[in-house]
Design a protein around this ligand. Structure first.
Ligand SMILES: [Zn+2]
Length: 716
């Protein structure tokens, strides 16, 4: 069968093409007040009076693997650049999430629940504070407020000192033990919270759900580790000559200018390692956080990638047992950094180093930190995703605690785009857009499918949808509408304008309008500010005129696949194209498309690769016709119990069409018949086989390609 393919662009009401194009959006009062105070500007740039505070850390920390104790001493300089006098300084103690009685959004190992962070001393400007005096120190959730004797005046600096102890948790969530002698330590030191022009002090409790919103800082950290432990961290190692044995140090130096991967620590070296207990000094400038990892049985590969004039050192640290699996990861990171710098988004990778540490057990999971990631596998999509977080929320300091969609959505989108453009052979647009479908389809039209602008603070079980699936799809729609060149210009400008600063959602909206010169309100309003869902249907197909009707409020392109009469296919040319057309302009409800060679059309399907509320009416001839010919055995209908998972699959017939539903997962689809006993979902990512054996109950095999798993089930 040959396919004729078009994707017609969804469109916006384009009121003006001038550079000052700006939409009329609902603006909450916190943001309005920022415009009044000129800390933000309505062209999407930082305002003339934009300010942010500065925090610099000097930390000495020792980790004792046998007891898992972390002992720390810290000196913090905090400069108040805000126009306000501050009567308190808010300190985040992330390890208090393990404190008995504190709120947690995940279940942790019982042994981890205890005292959280044991603060031994707090000194403010040389004066010791009384830990139990509520007039001086208050601890609520994971925050510790220090109530100052004298307010910290605008423009003034204050020095704080802390001494503390805590235990590396067995539960590895952003921080914790990988195994008995490997640790990943993040979210670990008393950290000054952000005080900004929109929300004042950020006092959101850390419960494991949301991640970064930190100050721009410098770090000078001394990490003391026992014999034979290697340490990787944010920043650059300052005392490599003192700490590394000569043979390893030689290779470490060689890697600083080597495009070829250098095996700095090999299995041989690990066996004969003579590393004395010592203190590793790492320094980092203009980063938002500091993390480190240590192990006595990890290998270390490194190489550089040239970013403009600088060599960026790329490291991979991975368990010696898995050498085969991870030997390509350094090279993959080189390629990613090159594409980030020169292609997508086209902004030079902003740091002197990046290290991927392999410390998570779940395949495909990862956790980003400035200049580091802790990953659970060698996969390219995962490596791209975590590395892209270098831009959001690190380089551009996204307030992820309130707007996780402003960084997770981008990381997902860039992951899919980078895979599509630079790592996949299949360059066809349908396959690119279809990658966003399942995530949106799972919640489409549900009560928890909220406007995309919604603050993460108000999400619960829809966190994944609101932070990842929905925003990444809206970025894909923007990409489709603006075209790659204009889209990348907007994204690049947005990153450059807000580098090291912290944008609000409106700085994103207005930058894209300002740079593209388009009023994008039709798009922002329908996807970001109103409830709704995308839903198109084939209204009719007559004499070559295909009438597509828009039922849902959220606009999507029309993606069209036309199959011609297979007998006469020789006479028809195969092609695919993307046609930009203002199809939903002026709030149109229908759009007519002329289908060429219409007399030979066998079937038409629209938007099989885009989310669609009701997919059953996207077919010509109607889907039910295919079932009429099929003479379906109705004994296959009913409930199936899946092996290994406590999930029920229901097969039903709706409007003459077979449909499956994985109960309570949000995964369901009408099915296209391949033959009497095998079917595929409309987007083609799931296949269902019915297995019939004499005298036995029907069995099913469901393959989900997005997760690469096969689920087996038996009829109840
Ligand atoms: Zn992420």
């Amino acid at each position: 069968m040959k396919l004729k393919i078009f994707i017609l662009s969804f469109s916006f009401i384009i009121l003006s093409n001038s550079i000052n194009a700006q939409s009329d959006l609902h603006i909450p009062r916190e943001i309005q007040s920022a415009y009044e105070k000129q800390t933000r500007s309505k062209d999407g740039k930082p305002g003339e009076k934009y300010w942010q505070n500065e925090v610099n850390y000097k930390i000495d920390v020792a980790v004792t693997p046998s007891t898992r104790l972390i002992d720390g001493k810290e000196v913090v300089e905090f400069t108040n650049n805000s126009p306000d006098d501050l009567s308190e300084v808010v300190i985040r103690l992330y390890y208090d999430v393990f404190k008995k009685g504190n709120a947690r959004s995940i279940q942790v190992n019982e042994k981890d629940i205890g005292e959280g962070t044991i603060i031994k001393s707090v000194i403010v400007e040389g004066v010791k504070y009384e830990l139990s005096d509520r007039k001086q120190i208050r601890r609520i959730g994971t925050n510790m407020s220090i109530l100052l004797a004298e307010p910290l005046k605008t423009g003034k600096k204050i020095t704080l000192q802390f001494e503390w102890q805590q235990k590396v948790p067995l539960t590895l969530r952003r921080t914790g033990a990988v195994d008995e002698t490997s640790f990943f330590i993040g979210y670990w030191y008393p950290q000054v919270a952000v005080y900004d022009d929109i929300f004042g002090w950020d006092k959101i409790d850390y419960t494991f759900t949301t991640e970064f919103y930190n100050n721009l800082s410098s770090f000078d950290v001394n990490i003391t580790a026992p014999d034979n432990f290697l340490v990787w961290a944010t920043g650059t190692l300052q005392n490599s000559a003192d700490i590394l044995p000569t043979s390893i140090h030689k290779k470490y130096l060689k890697a600083q200018s080597s495009k070829d991967v250098i095996n700095i620590v090999t299995p041989e070296e690990l066996k004969n390692l003579k590393l004395k207990s010592g203190t590793w000094n790492y320094k980092a400038k203009e980063v938002t956080d500091f993390a480190f990892a240590m192990s006595d049985h990890y290998l270390w590969d490194a190489a550089v990638e040239k970013v403009k004039e600088n060599n960026v050192l790329i490291n991979t640290a991975f368990p010696v047992q898995e050498i085969e699996k991870y030997k390509e990861v350094t090279h993959i990171q080189q390629k990613i950094i090159k594409h980030f710098t020169y292609d997508v988004p086209g902004v030079p990778y902003p740091y002197p180093q990046f290290t991927t540490f392999i410390g998570l057990k779940n395949r495909g999971s990862g956790m980003e930190f400035p200049m580091m990631a802790n990953n659970g596998g060698p996969g390219k999509p995962l490596t791209i995703h975590e590395l892209f977080h270098s831009y959001f929320p690190m380089y551009v300091r996204i307030n992820e605690r309130r707007f996780a969609w402003m960084d997770e959505g981008w990381a997902d989108f860039i992951e899919i785009l980078t895979m599509h453009k630079f790592f996949n052979d299949k360059k066809e647009d349908h396959s690119f857009y279809s990658k966003f479908k399942l995530g949106v389809q799972r919640k489409i039209g549900s009560i928890s499918s909220l406007p995309a602008v919604t603050s993460t603070v108000y999400t619960t079980d829809n966190y994944g949808y609101q932070a990842y699936s929905l925003p990444s799809f809206t970025y894909a729609l923007l990409y489709q509408h603006l075209g790659e060149k204009k889209f990348l210009k907007c994204l690049k400008t947005y990153i450059e304008r807000w580098a090291k600063k912290s944008p609000t959602p409106y700085d994103f909206f207005y930058t894209f309008e300002n740079v593209s010169g388009e009023d994008l309100s039709f798009f922002w309003n329908s996807w970001y500010f109103k409830m709704g869902y995308p839903d198109l249907k084939i209204e009719s197909f007559d004499e070559g005129n295909l009438i597509v009707k828009r039922i849902g409020e959220r606009p999507v392109p029309i993606s069209l696949k036309v199959a011609y009469d297979s007998i006469n296919k020789k006479s028809l040319q195969n092609y695919s194209s993307i046609l930009g057309a203002d199809i939903w302009k002026n709030n149109n409800r229908t759009h007519t498309i002329k289908i060429p060679n219409f007399k030979k059309v066998e079937s038409i399907v629209i938007n099989s690769d885009f989310p669609d509320f009701n997919e059953s009416d996207n077919f010509y001839p109607p889907l039910s016709y295919r079932y009429k010919k099929l003479n379906l055995d109705t004994t296959i209908l009913g409930s199936y119990k899946l092996e290994k998972f406590p999930i029920t699959l229901i097969l039903t017939k709706k409007e003459g069409v077979l449909m499956f539903d994985l109960l309570n997962t949000g995964i369901n689809s009408f099915l296209l018949p391949i033959d009497k006993n095998s079917f595929t979902s409309i987007d083609g990512t799931m296949t269902l086989k019915i297995i019939k054996e004499k005298e036995e109950k029907n069995k099913i095999e469901l393959y989900l390609s997005s997760y690469d798993i096969t689920l087996n089930g038996i009829k109840k």
